[in-house]
Design a protein around this ligand. Structure first.
Ligand code: NAP
Length: 278
């Protein structure tokens, strides 16, 4: 039986800490705000936005949701971001991804003020994280590290396989884990013999977006398994890991839902408050 890495419990601890911080700021007359920018009405981004708005309210942050038409031209979107950059009541900006195809995500990333860049999309923040000079990596990799730290799971000297190399998950997580002296292999759709690479790992992180693609045969007995994937299948959420089959083999595993996603959401709020980080 694996130890279940309960993201909800980890998130509750972070949330309590953030509530205290927001209250202390409020007593100094400072009200912090998050802006979520949505272009179009993608249902998954609507669900995510609603969860963030609810959490922001619980913590005591202002949440400003800008829902823009799906056919909005790029200059209009960049103008909204510019306005939010200048708004002193907004401390963090999070554009919902993916953007409609006619919009360039790189332009969006470059337009967000680096100080308000919740998910570290701006090239300056990408570079600082890669150089190990900023602790403000994107929210999901920070969530993974927060969970591992909470359960005192050490990475030094361990072999890690990260499956998925996206800019917001796999690549920055590689940097964070390398900085902890793990030996990290980042896998992707062109990785030959994925099974052998993953099966050699002491810690496996799945960030693919393919329901339950990592089965028990890919997991070394006693490995730690972190499932970043969120996939909707037949009206329920499943991860990229086949939880029921892998759990008996693993030493520890995150569930979906209630794992990484729960912590990622509080990491968004933490990033909004980074200006006031102690
Ligand atoms: P993404 O940008 O689509 O990247 C997916 C990665 O998986 C790519 O690097 C891709 O390889 C790789 N891949 C695809 N098929 C593969 C295969 N058969 N074998 C090996 N690698 C394969 O996805 P993402 O944004 O990183 O998200 C990944 C998953 O995490 C999704 O389920 C998403 O919903 C979830 N997610 C969760 C959170 C959270 O808070 N829990 C946050 C963000 C994302 P190539 O690069 O070669 O195409």
């Amino acid at each position: 039986m694996a130890l279940i890495l309960e993201g909800r419990q980890v998130a509750a601890g972070v949330k309590a800490r953030l509530q205290e911080k927001v209250e202390a700021l409020r007593q100094q007359g400072i009200q912090c705000g998050l802006a979520v920018v949505r272009v179009g009405d993608d249902p998954a981004s609507r669900v995510y936005t609603n969860a963030l708005v609810k959490l922001a309210g619980n913590i005591g942050l202002r949440a400003d949701v800008r829902t823009l038409p799906g056919d909005m031209a790029e200059p209009g979107l960049l103008a909204v971001l510019g306005e939010l950059n200048r708004d002193p009541g907004i401390h963090g900006i999070l554009p919902m991804m993916p953007l409609p195809r006619h919009l360039d995500p790189d332009k969006v990333a470059e337009t967000i003020c680096p100080d308000k860049d919740v998910d570290s999309l701006h090239p300056l923040n990408v570079g600082l994280v890669a150089a190990g000079k900023s602790r403000w990596a994107p929210c999901t990799p920070r969530a993974v590290m927060t969970i591992l730290d909470h359960y005192s799971i050490k990475l030094e000297g361990k072999k890690v396989a990260i499956v998925g190399r996206s800019n917001v998950v796999g690549k920055p997580l590689f940097q964070l884990m390398l900085a902890r002296n793990a030996t990290v292999t980042v896998c992707h759709s062109k990785t030959p013999d994925l099974v052998s690479v993953v099966r050699a790992a002491d810690v496996v992180v799945a960030a693919v977006g393919r329901p339950e693609m990592i089965g028990a045969a890919m997991i070394k007995p006693g490995a730690v398994v972190v499932d970043v994937g969120i996939n909707e299948v037949g009206g329920r959420l499943v991860g990229d890991v086949e939880f029921a089959a892998v759990e008996p083999v693993a030493r520890a595993i995150t569930p979906v839902p209630g794992g990484v996603g729960a912590v990622s959401n509080v990491m968004v709020m933490e990033a909004v408050l980074r200006h006031f980080a102690g």
